[in-house]
Design a protein around this ligand. Sequence first.
Ligand SMILES: Nc1ncnc2c1ncn2[C@@H]1O[C@H](COP(=O)(O)OP(=O)(O)OP(=O)(O)O)[C@@H](O)[C@H]1O
Length: 322
Amino acid sequence: MTALLKARGLRKTYATRRGGFMRAPTRFAAVDGVDVTLLRGRTLGILGESGCGKSTLARLVLGLAEPDAGTVNLGGAAMPRPDTPEWRKLRTRLQLVQQDAAGALDPRLPIRAQVAEPLAIHGRDQAAADAVLSSVGLNRAMGARFPHELSGGQLQRVVIARALALDPEILVLDEPVSALDVSIQAQIVNLIADLQAARGLAYLFVSHDVNVVRHVSDRIAVMYLGRVVEEAPAAAFGERARHPYTRALLSSVPVPDPAHRRAGVPRIGDPPDPSAPPGGCRFHPRCPHATDLCRAEVPPLRSLSAGHAAACHRIEEITKCA
Ligand SMILES: Nc1ncnc2c1ncn2[C@@H]1O[C@H](COP(=O)(O)OP(=O)(O)OP(=O)(O)O)[C@@H](O)[C@H]1O
């Protein structure tokens, strides 16, 4: 199957906020050498804790941020620089759905007008707004309402409708259900799946929530401090996950305390500071299997079996073969 989007070796650095007066600013890599391949009708899930670089990766894939290194290729064309006419044209094929639906909408405009806006900007028939609103389960009467008259789930439907208005090929969904009540999350996740099936969309689905990512994804890449530590078919997650970090994430899922589960934080060691990643394997300070080699050398992401890769020096010793 040919890829709709291929990103290779993406790297993005930021200045640390801890520089302080008279100190030379230092930089850290929020995303450090990440590849992304998106296929028509398929979902790549990006899973990881807060601060691991998921949103930065999403912005790089959308061309909203310029990488320090690496390339994004969309249907054979290189991603143009942000805010150029070429970029705006290409961006119609690639849309973002964010977590903060209320913040993404204009409180002063009825929702139909907001869904019609991208159509107007690109000189397309604004009548398409009604059809796209209907495809996310919102009728004409709903289209006349203002954002403050809608529930959180309805607002997220509007944001999805607006992202779909220009009939894109790819949606980047950044924590699209994290702000919603659990009961509403399932409805929106199902809607997202139905829209993919109906339109053949490719999804990059970013979330800290293991259950949600496993439910929606065909493949899952687990990120830790800017790097992918494991990538595998979603079906291989669970028993067949190999990396100690993935296993820790999975073991943190069914816990009695829902606040803990929500945060998606594995119960191993302290969460790291993304702006000061440790040397060697970045996971080594929290890893029960770490050795001197792990402290000294970065483990490459290497293939373990067909479609399954992980970055761990000791993976063969510490896990059974998948
Ligand atoms: N524009 C920026 N300038 C400086 N640092 C940034 C910027 N954007 C993100 N960062 C830092 O980069 C790191 C990765 O952030 P990012 O938002 O990509 O992670 P994330 O996994 O999406 O986390 P979250 O779920 O909390 O948003 C964090 O330490 C964050 O503070």
